[in-house]
Design a protein around this ligand. Structure first.
Ligand code: MG
Length: 92
């Protein structure tokens, strides 16, 4: 059992899913400080990004959707690449 699976098992699905939301809102706040208030908060951005990634791993464990998310990401990234190709062709 990895750390993400352990955290969900020991602390429970609901508390961990609420923690996902909390960490996402902390990252949101740091992004807004950086973009809107031009704050030099790179360390906070690093920490909150890591926190969100850790919680997203637990979300995937909770819902048993790791493979589906990985598959969807592959197809989504292909579409994004196509859009980027079209954009670059149009806008040089
Ligand atoms: Mg945090």
């Amino acid at each position: 059992m990895n750390t993400f699976e352990r955290a969900v098992k020991v602390w429970g699905k609901e508390p961990q899913m609420l923690q996902v939301i909390e960490e996402m809102s902390e990252l949101t706040k740091e992004i807004l400080k950086n973009v809107n208030r031009k704050k030099d908060n790179i360390n906070e951005l690093i920490e909150e990004t890591a926190d969100v990634e850790i919680m997203l791993e637990q979300l995937k464990v909770c819902y048993g959707i790791s493979e589906q998310v990985a598959d969807y990401k592959v197809s989504k990234l292909k579409k994004i690449d196509q859009r980027l190709d079209e954009w670059e062709k149009k806008n040089g």
